[in-house]
Design a protein around this ligand. Structure first.
Ligand SMILES: Cc1cc2nc3c(=O)[nH]c(=O)nc-3n(C[C@H](O)[C@H](O)[C@H](O)COP(=O)(O)O)c2cc1C
Length: 196
């Protein structure tokens, strides 16, 4: 069975909401979704994070990367870029880069921002850069998805997205849900074709 790793960081829950919609799309595309997260990081560590998160998805392990047929990476936007905990994990992937663990596998990205023009596209594009160093094949959202032409909230050709508002509490719009599911489905179907 084709397996897609949905790896994300979410502090307030908005990126996690998108991850769940993407997982639905992955399953509509005939694949299994494996949801994983990364621990927070701090400049000075006073205590280690618990070995498993208190709730939500388990922490990612390196074997998740080897075992997946495709990867969807999600992060809140922080100053127009991905959040440090996710980048911190990516920066530990030297051995996987050398051995080509992710080469030829399809990849997609998603994000959430407070504001409409707060840097979704710069975040999504910059998240793709390390994935391309790892030899992954980029999958976006085509404009043949009707919601991409009509959305007044999130959703971009570079990846799925959500505009969460200043309090980070806006629910996902219908278009954001549709586009997140479409991305998950497309990634799953692409991974299935590439496995053959
Ligand atoms: C340090 C920091 C930087 C942020 N930078 C941006 C930004 O550049 N643009 C924006 O629109 N929102 C920004 N935000 C808001 C988050 O992107 C937004 O609340 C997002 O929905 C959080 O996702 P989460 O609920 O999954 O943690 C920032 C938040 C923090 C804490």
């Amino acid at each position: 069975m084709t397996e897609i790793l949905i790896l994300y960081y979410s502090r307030g829950g908005s990126v996690a909401q998108l991850a769940r919609q993407i997982a639905r799309g992955v399953e509509e595309g005939g694949a299994t979704a494996r949801l994983r997260t990364v621990p927070p990081v701090a400049p000075v560590t006073e205590s280690a994070a618990p070995p498993v998160p208190e709730d939500g998805a388990p922490y990612v392990e390196k074997r998740d990367l080897a075992e997946c047929d495709g990867l969807i990476l999600g992060s809140p936007t922080r100053f127009g870029n991905m959040a440090a905990p996710l980048k911190h994990f990516i920066d530990t992937l030297g051995a996987e880069w050398v051995s080509g663990t992710l080469v030829g596998k399809p990849a997609a990205v998603f994000t959430s921002t407070a504001t409409q023009h707060g840097g979704q596209e710069s975040t999504l594009l910059s998240m793709l850069v390390p994935l391309m160093h790892h030899g992954m094949l980029v999958v976006g959202i085509p404009f043949t998805e009707p919601a991409l032409n009509t959305t007044r909230t999130g959703g971009t050709p570079y990846g799925a997205s959500h505009v969460a508002g200043a309090k980070d509490d806006a629910p996902l719009s219908d278009e954001e849900k549709q586009l997140a599911r479409a991305l998950g489905k497309r990634l799953a179907q692409t991974a299935e074709k590439l496995r053959r």
